[in-house]
Write a protein that binds this ligand. Structure first.
Ligand code: FAD
Length: 458
């Protein structure tokens, strides 16, 4: 009765929070094991340094820029240099370059030998270049070998407080919500019910082409007119009309991702007086606790990813021929075992998110293309994030959601499914995004406990 349809608001009324929290208690240990102990899932290939922000000149948005640093922290000059935003946002650890196509042809299995440091199974972190197909929610990378990006250790670069804030960060979030998303609606029914008051209604879209510095054309979507949305009947999860379902799902994915980033930066916060990394309850209260809709959207994303991971599981078995670590049978088997531990657990609850309701009725099918384009635009926007670590995790998570959407909406649900190939990057992004949501949920539960303890004292 409590399966989450894309129409539903995740709420206590439907016991959805507790269902998802129970699922998370079951999945999290296996997910942590997968993402923290396998080479395949702990290294991500990403193009962090060779792409310009395609939407605006971002030179002033960089955290290396004094103005940004001064805006982010009250008295930057009073802070020890290693704790400054510029330092906190830097990438740590060795970075290995993606091998170019020529190298891949010569030595397909071990082209990165020696470059990632000792004890790293190189063959597990190399991927081959397949161009995106039109079912992708990602942005095709450039052809040249240098633009293929670097391999970065995710363990050496945890997602946490960096001090990146101010106009640069605001501009990116504003663009995610305003330019690539839908306009705010007042939603009187939401407000009356104390629900998702920040939910946005749909708007018709304009398409505007912009040229980036390299002269490439990008399609930029702009909201045109505001079109009030018929409200939900909140607690039943029903919607009076479902014409805007897909657009709302899009907003929720973005807001849930934003909420998860906020949770991590509040949970792993640098106390600049003591130099300790510790949870910051005031940060949680200000960014999340006061906004149940944001937390609801984070849980919604957890449901969405759980479903995608559960659906993907049967395609990742040895019988299906999926190979994680080419040429390394033992490591391949170990990685697969850890993957299947996660997918099996994610599938241990009844279908938790019902994607079959989307892109069906009314304008649904035509919205799919629109939805994909919007998604690609958001992934392009991540090149405008002016802090390396934030950009790394922003890119990884948009790619992770993109992969989840591809699995949900591009894998046919029939007896002879047409399965799009998933690249290594997509799988790494998907499972790590799931792990991010999983740790956000557990942090939120702990934060809630801290708020309760504080209330009880008072
Ligand atoms: P912001 O978080 O910047 O939010 C801007 C506005 O968006 C808010 O005022 C509110 O109106 C609205 N809003 C906020 N949350 C939501 C939500 N969940 N749903 C809907 N609307 C919302 N900082 C780090 O310290 N570490 C990181 O790893 C990091 N990663 C980032 C990744 C990206 C892609 C971006 C764009 C920024 C990242 N930042 C990171 C910066 C961080 O997200 C904030 O922008 C920064 O801390 C300033 O916060 P703020 O309180 O001004 O509000």
């Amino acid at each position: 009765a409590c399966a989450i349809s894309p129409k539903a608001i995740v709420s206590d009324a439907c016991a959805s929070y507790s269902t998802l929290e129970r699922l998370n208690r079951n999945v999290k240990p296996a997910l942590d094991e997968l993402t923290q102990t396998t080479d395949f899932f702990s290294h991500y290939r990403v193009n962090l340094f060779h792409k310009k922000c395609p939407f605006w000149n971002d030179e002033n948005g960089m955290c290396g820029n004094i103005a940004c640093a001064v805006e982010t922290l009250d008295n930057e000059e009073d802070i020890p240099p290693v704790w400054r935003a510029k330092e906190l946002g830097k990438l740590e650890g060795p970075r290995a370059q993606h091998p170019g196509k020529a190298v891949q042809k010569q030595e397909p299995v071990r082209p990165l030998k020696g470059k990632l440091g000792e004890g790293v199974g190189e063959s597990c972190v190399v991927e081959y270049d397949d161009e995106c197909d039109d079912r992708d929610y990602c942005v095709p990378e450039d052809e040249s070998a240098t633009s293929k990006g670097d391999y970065v250790s995710l363990l050496r670069n945890p997602e946490r407080f960096t001090g990146y804030a101010g106009d640069g960060a605001k501009q990116v979030w504003d663009a995610v919500y305003r330019e690539n998303c839908f306009q705010r609606s007042s939603f009187p029914h939401y407000a009356a019910l104390g629900k998702d008051t920040s939910a946005r209604g749909p708007a018709a879209m304009d398409f505007k082409a912009v040229l980036d510095a390299a002269g490439r054309q990008h399609v930029l979507e702009q909201t045109r007119e505001h079109n009030p949305l018929t409200p939900f009947v909140a607690n039943t999860g029903l919607e009076a009309e479902d014409e805007c379902l897909e657009k709302r799902v899009f907003y929720r994915v973005m807001s849930g991702m934003h909420a998860s980033i906020s949770t991590h930066l509040c949970w792993d916060f640098l106390n600049q007086t003591t130099g300790q990394w510790q949870p910051n309850l005031a940060c949680y209260k200000a960014r999340l606790h006061q906004f149940p809709d944001r937390i609801s959207n984070l849980y919604f994303n957890y449901a969405l990813l759980s479903r995608a991971i559960a659906k993907l599981g049967p395609y990742l078995t040895a019988e299906q021929g999926y190979t994680f670590c080419t040429g390394e049978p033992a490591q391949d088997a170990e990685t697969r075992e850890k993957v299947l531990a996660v997918t099996t657990k994610a599938a241990s609850v009844p279908q938790i998110f019902d994607e079959s309701l989307m892109f069906k009725n009314g304008e649904g099918p035509s919205l799919k293309e629109d939805f994909r384009n919007r998604f690609r635009n958001v992934s392009r926007l991540m090149d405008c994030v002016g802090c390396d670590k934030c950009r790394l995790w922003g890119k990884l998570q948009t790619a992770g959601y993109g992969t989840a959407l591809k699995v949900l909406f591009e894998f046919d649900n029939n007896d002879h499914p047409q399965v799009p190939v998933l690249k290594r990057t997509e799988l790494v992004a998907l499972f790590n995004t799931y792990a991010r949501l999983s740790s956000s949920m557990s942090a939120i539960q702990k934060f809630r406990g801290m708020v309760e303890a504080e209330d009880n004292k008072g």
